[in-house]
Ligand binder design. Sequence first.
Ligand SMILES: [Zn+2]
Length: 460
Amino acid sequence: MNKVDLLVKNGKVYTEAGFQDLDVAVSGEKIAFITMPGTIPEAETTIDAAGKYVLPGIIEVHVHVREPGFTYKEDFETASRAAAAGGVTMFCPQPNTDPVPNTVENYRKEVELGEKKSLVDFSPMASPLLYKEGWVPKLAAEGAPWFKIFQKVTAYPYSTPAGTINTAHIFGAFKEIAKTGKYCSIHPFDQFFFAEAQEKRRLMPLKDFGALSYAETYGEAEKEGAAYELYYLAKKAGIKWYALHCYSPGYQDLVRWAKSEKKIDVVAGFDNVWMNIFFSPKVYDVKRGEWLEFLMPTLPPDDIEKCWAAINDGTIDFIGTDHAPHTREESAPKDLHKLELSTSLPVLEWYGHLLLNEVNNGNITLEKLVEVTSVNPAKIFGFSRKGAILPGSDADLIVCDLKKEWTITSDKVYTKVQLNPHHGKKIKGKVTHTILRGTVIMEEGEVTGKPGYGKFFPVY
Ligand SMILES: [Zn+2]
């Protein structure tokens, strides 16, 4: 038997038939074979995963990489370093960049930056809003995995050409995308509800803001009303609909109904776990060594229960971070009633670890976790070679110690904004190794991957 390049031995390995005691052998960038423990004698590098689980690398479908245009708060290198630290081997950058990836030239520019700087594989979504100029089929041909629209434009990060409140434009874009066979995700919002909530927010005590924000700014009537309209338009256009930010119970019911109707292809993402599961109103400023109080939207505990139920019953197909770094000044300005408050947080580098903690909390099984973070996104969006531990697949693996109890610190924080919402949190479960195409890019919190190793994954 030839010597293999990498051997991950003695672990409990994820397979479609459940976890099994297996050794995984890697040659070059691919999984060569999977076999009974102890049957491969030689490897260049060996990782002993005894007592640990071996899962496919996390495919993160909702990341604000901020490059090009907003690199003062994140870029391909810093975001992908954070990704590697959190067990993510591939991510899909959001299009609210400057320029927006709404033409082939802009899309290629973003891909070039990623290929130069990213440590992990990536596949940016494109904006379809220049559909009248004929860009949608061209962007699809470039390999954009799906399209994304922000249905809101009041303030950054929505006030870019990637966002619109113009329903006719959304419908027009849908009709063009329908011809490509790709999904379109839309952040459902209603400008007028949002404006009303902002008015109320100006007049109320700050301590009440969190609840108000969820109830009205990100609330049911607004979000669900918009989502019903989007589903109607999606059906009318015959598009594949990616129901984005599916975290309110009524929206989840809409998705259940839409899936049962079988009129169009519908998938749903619970793609903002930072806000709804890992929520943390206190954020640690790593550079200054002090705590900041952020006024964040909060989800009622009953709704969080329903989110877990929707994940576990298959209503939700995949989850994502909505890793959305903003600077301290943008997130906690002196005038907290300002309309421009950016209520989002970095989460990528703690992502895999925090998810394992949720497995230990009994909210999700490890099998289901693999489905919603890796298997499903790979299948739905066409990332062949990813999301499976099978011979011939890319050797994208994470090694996970479910029993490890530890405290998240800020000794090493990779996100450029240096804000840590999880500082001091005690959790159980740790991703000990991140392996991308056969190369170890993170080991015990130390990111060893190199900028430029990450590759663009086009979907045709
Ligand atoms: Zn987002």
